[in-house]
Design a protein around this ligand. Sequence first.
Ligand code: X8Z
Ligand code: ZN
Length: 611
Amino acid sequence: MKLRPHILFAVLSLSLAACGGNGQTPETPPEGTTAELPSPAAAAAFVDEANASFREVWVGSESAAWDYYTNINDETAAALSKKEEASMEYTSIAIKRAATFDGLELTPDIRRQLDLIKLGSTLPAPDDAAKRAELANLSTEMSGLYGKGKYCKGEDCRDLGQLEDVLATSQNYDELLDAWEGWRTVSPPLEPMYERFVELSNEGAKEIGFEDTGALWRSGYDMPPAEFEAEVERLWSEVEPLYEELHCYTRAKLAERYGADKVPLDGPIPAHLLGNMWSQSWENLYPLLEPNPGQPSLDMTSALVAANYDPIKMVKTGEAFFTSLGLDPLPATFWERSMFSKPEAREVVCHASAWDVTYSDDLRIKMCIKINMEDLVTIHHELGHDYYYHYYYTLPILYQAGANDGFHEGIGDALALSITPAYLHQIGLMDEVTETPELVINKQMQDALAKIAFLPFGRMIDQWRWDVFSGKVTPDQYNQHWWDLRLKFQGVAAPRERPANAFDPGAKYHIPANTPYMRYFLAAILQFQFHKAMCEAAGYKGPLHTCSIYGSKEAGARLQAMLELGASKPWPDALEAMTGTRQMSAEPMLEYFAPLRAYLTEQNAGRSCGW
Ligand code: X8Z
Ligand code: ZN
């Protein structure tokens, strides 16, 4: 489903799917291949066989996942659980086979594919068939409950999309509170399921040699897991000061709007006032926070509506950006098979996702597109996944994944950084504008509310899950720990005391869907590295924040070369090919936001920041 960059894909597939038509898992090795004693030749033969078998089970699980996510009902749920179960079963078998080649001297290519078999699963399942089935069912059911979730007052029910609209547009404190608390009535039933889910997947992780599921997730970055944690900490410490400046400015403006009794100037910001259901990106606050009124409007939502954009036109606009770089048009089947709008007659998971259902250029997106700027950017995000799939689908299926999962999440976002006023003018959505310093600050504020505000959220979600999977946090502490981390990293608090049965993590898609989240934190940073590299390739000379690579074939070629690698090389190799450096770095992001940073420091003078 989805967004799952295939490594995760793979992984999720474990969770999400199962094997092909006849219900038999393809675990029996053909005579004379893997039955042999471990040898480099046997290892190579096994890798070939595993690529074929994974293809069978993953195509099965992806197809069933597509059917379920675009039409949630008991039949599609049962079909998906079965496929997931079979996929998990084959994965367990393959991991054990791969381990028989441990210690052998092998080519880097064979060794890497064997490692990917072990690391590719985000949902490791126990060997016990009953437990595996239970885990598959839990996984399917949790996603479905989230997808169908509604907040009802009597007969009047609202879905997530409707509640999100309230968060995005209302400035009525109580109305916001009602929508915010209302969505969180959906998740308490998920708590006991999640508890069991953690138990079972940890059991699976232990069986394949990891301390817990979180340890498995942290092992997927071509470095020891402890080193990865240190990398995350390093990147976070590079950007944290900028986040605190944005928090300080935003809090002061919200206090002006809602009163310092509601938004205390020395404390966290109430979570329902930030324009987003999870306070994860704040661009909807822009009208309240606009630094320099009287400048040309950056309200692209109104421009899109005025220009009569519909969902297809939004997606065509996204595709046109990619093709302007010299990349291929999307296949005809993309337009026939994708889901662009929320259907009336059936339940679906609206959370946006990108797919290659058969791992063979069967590209699709699934989205309930609204005509606004946020969704135009999300379309670029999803197409970034699809273009990655497109340029690596001829690789062995074990390599059909991002260099790491943050790369997969960062491609479309990197392109969307080129949606500048000059680009918008080029495509007829904006009048020609002169980029005065005042307009630049306005635009930077709009960008920061999306990108800088997101950083601590991206950082904390998997901190929570790592702590849950490791057992550091027990089920009775799930919700408290969630809010402890929200406070620590985001400086955000629940608007009032949460009910005793609250399970607020379950109200965020990626928890019931079991999609790892650190990838988005990495992507938030990597996308600026990609943007800078593509601007350089395009021959752009000005400041990073006004660069648009639209139309640059050179930038496109640089990007395509990285996409084509898939997961075939350690991610530092891919990063080096694209950017010339082997290190993830927040430097380009900080460079991009240099003008805003100076503005915020000036504005916050005399304020006491922090919480
Ligand atoms: O889940 C997504 C994408 C699909 S991979 C729409 N994102 C994260 C989220 O919505 O929480 C993109 C940004 C972060
Ligand atoms: Zn994504």
